[in-house]
Every structure is written in structure tokens, then in C-alpha cells.
Design a protein around this ligand. Structure first.
Ligand SMILES: *Cc1c(COP(=O)(O)O)cnc(C)c1O
Length: 384
């Protein structure tokens, strides 16, 4: 199997796994316990927090460990929206149709069940939100905006520093989902200028089931897990020490090796894009042509059933992904691809190819040899 789905998840780095192992069976203490075993776990937790803070250029007490990227998004949106409304009465939440469901579904729930007002910001042809479209939407009753650093489906990078400046000038809170971005982009919260930022470990060779929310000092959140007061009382529950240790080491390595990892995937990615657009008629790149994640190639193919194409690729030995959330019998194009304005005959045929540390030039050559004929087959089946 050739794995070309690193945006979905990544294998755990051996060095990360090695760092985690002692915290399962030797140093298994509860970081809240007073005895030495507890203190050992607490030191590991403190060290992990400092490691993460060093990459983010923030204070350790601005780091909240969560159970995943999704939880970080939930805590950011729900926590900030509630706290802000309590303090000021402000009710508007601004976000975009291109966001991950962890953000968009949370925003929709806040609207439907909790009385907030929700506005979807305009996106440009590449799926980015411009500072102008954010400026236009802000009113005196706006509580917060949430816009992702890089898009998981189409790879487009949002101008977060500029967007956060607009938010700051208008005195609204700004959250960014950097879960997909952190593997390749700088996540320095000072240069980004954000109040809240979500990360998830398994997108950068860390374990699944652990994430982080950065919370700028002074930003009020309503806790969404109440209990024993862990994580500065914002996210109660005994910390998952081995996973947090793994998360921190994976993030440190991602920052340290960012340039080398980018230099490895980018030419391979560019080869895929150049070759596919030439070799496959009625094909288009989705997302921004340059300002996109360096490991990310995404396409739409006219009159192709994206799910069928994925199955064919799987049979041929390639693990890829489509933007489409379609189920057999009820195909629905992805909301992100639809938001870009593609008609249904294009939007249903989406394909995402994402590369990583184990990807080789041979993998890509073999993929490029296989794909055009599979698309032809899928198109022929689509005619019937
Ligand atoms: C993967 C992903 C998430 C969800 O993270 P989990 O850790 O899997 O919960 C959220 N946002 C984006 C952009 C992602 O790519």
C-alpha cells in the first residue's frame, strides 16, 4: 500500500514513541498526586508544556492540553462565545464554509441551540478569506471570528496575521484552527497575532487523541469540562501524560525539521500537480496554486464519482482521500468544494493527495502511471 493521505493522519515518529513509552508503565503517576511518582508525571507534563510554548512563542500557562484537535476547536468556540456574551452581550460569530467540521458544526450548534448569530464569510476563488471580507462582516455586536490557518481539503493558506489584525482593531476575539497547518507552517502566535489556536498531534507524526488549545493570557473561556481543576480549570480530567509527552516531542520535531520536510515533499507535490493537469482532461486544481500547504495536491475531475475513484485507487494499492463526504447511494459533494462554486458534475469528483516523510519519487511515479486510466474507467462507468 502506498500511503498518500497524510492530511488524514500520519504514522507516529519512532522518536516520539520512544519519548512516550516510559510514561505508560514506569512513570505512570497521576500528575495531581503529591507523592514522588505523581511529581515525576507532573514534571513531564511541565516539560511538555514548556516545549510546546517554545514552538508557539508563548507562556507555558497559555497551553491547554485537550483530547484532540476537535476538542480544542470546541473549547475555543464554545468557551469564548459563551464567555464573551456573558461579559458584553455580543452574539455574532463569524466563520467560513471552508472550515473543518470541528469548527463549522460547533458554530452551527451555537446558533441553533444557544442563541448565537452566525455569519459565513465570503471566500475567494481559492477558498481563502480576505481581510476585506472579514472587515465587511464585523459589527458592534460581533463576539469572535474563527478562521483556519490552512485548509485540510484544498490546502489553501489563509492570511491569518492580516485577519487577526482586523479582529484586533475591531476588538473581537480571533481563533485559528492550525491543526492541518502545524506540520509545515510556522505556528508562532506572536507573528500570527491570534487569541486562540488549535493543534492536533496526529497530523504531525504524534499520537492520535491529543491536542492543544493556545489561550492568550486574559482571554476568558467558559470551561467545557468541569471537575478537578486540571489545565488551569479550563479542561478538567487527569492529563494523558504519555500522549502529551508525545505531542510535545512531535511538535518540537516538526518545528526543527520543518525546512527539510518541506524541501522533501514540495517538489514531489509540484510534480503531481503539473503532471496530472496535463495528463487528465477536464481536471482542475482546487485551492490556491502557490499559497498552499507544501505536501498538498487536490483536484476535481469532471463526471467522475470520487468515491468510486477512491475504491479503484485502493484496489490498485494507493491510499488517497476525496473531499467528498458522499456515502454509497447518497452522494453529496463536499461543502468545501461546493463553497468554491463548482457545479455538481465537477464537485463529486474530488481527489486529495497528501505527502509525507515516507513518500518517495517512486511512489509518485507509480501513482501518476496508474491514475489517468482509473479516471477513464470511472468516467466510463459514470456514463451508464
Ligand atoms: C484533522 C483536523 C481536525 C480534527 O483534529 P482531530 O485531532 O482529528 O480531532 C480539525 N481541523 C483540521 C483543519 C484538521 O485537519
Amino acid at each position: 500500500m502506498i500511503y498518500l493521505d497524510y492530511a488524514a493522519t500520519t504514522p507516529v515518529d519512532q522518536r516520539v514513541l520512544d519519548a512516550m513509552m516510559p510514561y505508560f508503565r514506569e512513570n505512570y503517576g497521576n500528575p495531581s498526586s503529591v507523592h514522588r511518582l505523581g511529581q515525576k508525571a507532573e514534571s513531564a507534563l511541565d516539560a511538555a508544556r514548556e516545549k510546546v510554548a517554545a514552538v508557539l512563542h508563548c507562556r507555558p500557562d497559555e497551553i491547554i492540553f485537550t483530547s484532540c484537535g476537535t476538542e480544542a476547536d470546541n473549547l475555543a468556540l464554545r468557551g469564548a462565545a459563551m464567555a464573551r456574551r456573558n461579559a458584553t452581550g455580543e452574539k455574532w460569530i463569524l466563520t467560513a464554509k471552508t472550515e473543518h467540521h470541528a469548527v463549522s458544526k460547533t458554530a452551527e450548534q451555537l446558533e441553533k441551540e444557544y442563541g448565537f448569530l452566525l455569519e459565513w464569510l465570503d471566500i475567494n476563488e481559492h477558498g481563502a478569506v480576505t481581510p476585506e471580507s472579514l472587515t465587511k462582516a464585523i459589527c458592534s455586536d460581533t463576539a469572535l471570528a474563527s478562521l483556519m490557518l490552512a485548509n485540510n481539503e484544498i490546502g489553501t493558506i489563509n492570511p491569518i496575521a492580516d485577519l487577526a489584525k482586523v479582529a484586533k482593531a475591531n476588538n473581537i476575539l480571533f481563533h485559528t484552527d492550525a491543526v492541518q497547518a502545524a506540520a509545515y507552517l510556522d505556528v508562532n502566535v506572536e507573528t500570527l497575532g491570534v487569541d486562540l489556536m488549535s493543534l492536533g498531534g496526529h497530523k504531525f507524526y504524534g499520537p492520535k487523541g491529543v491536542g492543544t488549545l493556545y489561550v492568550r493570557k486574559g482571554t476568558k473561556l467558559i470551561p467545557h469540562m468541569t471537575g478537578g481543576g486540571q489545565e488551569y480549570s479550563l479542561r478538567a480530567g487527569t492529563q494523558n501524560v504519555p500522549y502529551i509527552v508525545g505531542f510535545a516531542e512531535a511538535l518540537r520535531l516538526a518545528a526543527e525539521e520543518r525546512e527539510a520536510r518541506t524541501a522533501h515533499v514540495k517538489p514531489l507535490r509540484d510534480h503531481i500537480i503539473g503532471n496530472l493537469l496535463e495528463a487528465v482532461p477536464d481536471s482542475k486544481l482546487t485551492g490556491h496554486p502557490e499559497n498552499r500547504l507544501p505536501n498538498h495536491a487536490s483536484f476535481v475531475f469532471k463526471d467522475v464519482d470520487g468515491n468510486l475513484l477512491l475504491q479503484m485507487l485502493d484496489s490498485a494499492g494507493f491510499a488517497c482521500s476525496s473531499g467528498s463526504a458522499c456515502k454509497t447511494g447518497n452522494p453529496e459533494p463536499s461543502e468545501v468544494i461546493t463553497a468554491l462554486g463548482y457545479s455538481r458534475d465537477w464537485a463529486l469528483g474530488s481527489l486529495r493527495i497528501t505527502l509525507g516523510v515516507n513518500t518517495t519519487a517512486e511512489h509518485i511515479d507509480s501513482f501518476l502511471k496508474t491514475l489517468p486510466s482509473l479516471i477513464e474507467k470511472a468516467r466510463a462507468l459514470n456514463q451508464r
